[in-house]
Write a protein that binds this ligand. Structure first.
Ligand SMILES: [Zn+2]
Length: 135
């Protein structure tokens, strides 16, 4: 696990806001952005992409993971998630599972109670599913 500085986390937090501005969220008006930092120091942005067939909507966190995988990076160490200001916005259950797949120790930043919360992925999804033998 690489050590992350407060400056890096602040930068990631700001990049998530930039990503939020790209959201395709005309149906709900609920725009979300995500910025994913990998251990090779590359950052991948994601935003929610809604669809008129609502069930096909993609969350910001998962779109950032898809960008990371498509670009050939593989070890995320932190993700910042930004929804509308003054609204609690933690990753949904599906995104928690997807983040868990790529690094249970990933630091997850999101807004809650007017604060920026920083927790490990495994804290967000206790007893999360993993298709592998226990160490
Ligand atoms: Zn989600």
């Amino acid at each position: 696990m690489i050590n992350l500085t407060e400056e890096e986390l602040d930068r990631l937090w700001e990049l998530a806001l930039k990503a939020r501005g790209r959201a395709y969220s005309g149906y709900s008006g609920f725009s979300v952005g995500a910025a994913l930092l990998c251990d090779d120091r590359k950052v991948f942005l994601g935003c929610n992409v809604e669809n008129s067939s609502y069930g096909l909507t993609q969350c910001a966190e998962r779109s950032a993971i898809c960008s990371m995988v498509a670009a050939g990076s593989s070890k995320p160490v932190a993700i910042a998630v930004r929804g509308p200001e003054d609204v609690d916005c933690s990753p949904c259950g599906a995104c928690r599972q997807v983040l868990m797949e790529h690094n249970p120790d990933m630091l997850v930043l999101f807004q809650w109670g007017g604060q920026r919360v920083e927790v490990r992925c495994r804290e967000l999804l206790p007893y999360g599913f993993e298709l592998k033998e226990r160490d």
